[in-house]
Design a protein around this ligand. Structure first.
Ligand SMILES: *Cc1c(COP(=O)(O)O)cnc(C)c1O
Length: 396
């Protein structure tokens, strides 16, 4: 555990992580690491962050006992951590605000970000409007088309939206273009990466800003239900909402941590984004982790019904947690996610994001194996309004 912690501070989770970036970015990463480490210790920074968490984002988010959903399965009690109730509708704002505050301390006025479904783009544009920073969001041309409401939202918040027209025109290409921009403008620009991936110190930093989810959830669970959960579930895109809730429970060995990946049209087809279940070791966007790639190391095209999960990599800490057996990762198909979406809507009156619906969809497999005196906690990472165009296509 001690060596784990020491290695983490240097950006390694077992063999995963690292800083595989062009040399020109190294000074910026070192500076970021230094300011991040300092700010963690600084009371003033913590106060500013907590004030925004409470009074701007609306934290703490509720831990909600889903009674009718629980009755439907007739097994373990189901609790939902309601990150969908955050300002801007997902957990992404926890990290965007944290990093925007760091950018101010770095003396950088220009912000760039990548986005898939548009939730991180909206969160970053929001944080920039709030703190008076200039904002450019990189988004794949295909995602711009399928996530229109969020594109419009970003523009209204004063951000520029740059269309990434290479390759598959989704999250991978948007991230590559953001990194290219950063290399060119690194002295004036901070890159707000939206998930617990990328070069050190991003995985650590994003985990830090998202760990508020697990801290609150643990405290709320103990207070409201006088016990810890037996299972903690979260969907996995790059892994930020999952690591945010897992982190606080990692040392409670009896709690099963379960990450749900995008199984797309099935992991035995080519159309999925299950990096851990189906990937191999590789390097993408500055970090070493499991990647969906072919035998020659070429990154495969990936697919998910949910634009926020449509990424061939995964944060390095998840690869490590998988290897040491501390967390389990399973694919959930598009179809199962849609079933999860419908179930939550009908039983609880909550329209979940398609990403979060992957965690709900997994309940069909998990719940029969649980006991009545057990508790399943799910991180409901975001709300589904942004997915209405896609839902119309599939359910309308
Ligand atoms: C972006 C997003 C995800 C996936 O990203 P992670 O970094 O894996 O959390 C999941 N849910 C919602 C609502 C999102 O916006």
């Amino acid at each position: 555990m001690q060596t784990d912690k020491r290695n983490e501070r240097k950006g390694r989770f077992g063999k995963y992580g690292g800083q595989y970036v062009p040399e020109t970015l190294m000074p910026a990463l070192s500076q970021l690491e230094e300011v991040f480490e300092q700010s963690l210790l600084e009371e003033e920074f913590q106060k500013e962050l907590n004030d925004l968490y409470q009074n701007y984002i609306g934290r703490p988010t509720p831990l909600y006992f889903a009674k009718r959903l629980t009755e439907y399965f007739g097994k373990a009690k189901i609790l939902l951590k309601r990150e969908d109730l955050n300002h801007t509708g997902a957990h992404k704002i926890n990290n965007a605000i944290g990093q925007a505050l760091l950018a101010k301390r770095l003396g950088k006025q220009r912000i760039i970000a990548e986005t898939g479904a548009g939730q991180h783009g909206v969160a970053t544009a929001t944080a920039c409007a709030l703190l008076g920073l200039e904002c450019t969001v990189f988004m794949g041309a295909k995602d711009i088309e399928r996530q229109q409401p969020n594109v419009f939202r970003m523009k209204m918040l004063g951000a520029k939206v740059h269309s990434a027209t290479n390759g598959e025109q989704t999250l991978k290409e948007a991230t590559s273009e953001a990194i290219r921009d950063w290399v060119t403008n690194v002295t004036t620009t901070h890159y707000i990466l939206g998930t617990a991936s990328g070069p050190h110190p991003y995985p650590l930093m994003v985990r830090e800003f998202q760990s508020i989810i697990g801290k609150e959830a643990k405290e709320q669970c103990l207070k409201q239900f006088k016990a810890l959960p037996d299972y903690v579930l979260a969907c996995i895109g790059g892994g930020s909402n999952a690591i945010g809730i897992f982190h606080e429970f990692k040392n409670d060995a009896s709690i099963e941590l379960i990450g749900l990946e995008a199984g797309g049209k099935g992991v035995n087809t080519k159309e999925h984004a299950s990096s851990i279940s189906k990937g191999k070791l590789g390097i993408l966007h500055g970090t070493m982790s499991y990647l969906v790639q072919d035998d020659f190391g070429k990154i495969n095209e990936v697919h998910s019904i949910s634009a926020g999960m449509d990424y061939p990599g995964v944060g390095p800490e998840h690869s490590y947690l998988k290897d040491i057996g501390r967390a389990q990762y399973y694919p959930v198909t598009d179809k199962q996610a849609l079933e999860g979406f419908k179930l939550l809507a009908n039983k609880e009156g909550i329209l979940a994001a398609l990403e979060s619906s992957h965690a709900i969809g997994y309940l069909f497999e998990l719940m029969p194996k649980t006991q009545k005196d057990e508790t399943v906690m799910i991180n409901l990472s975001g709300r589904g309004d942004k997915d209405i165009p896609i839902l119309k296509e599939h359910l309308g």
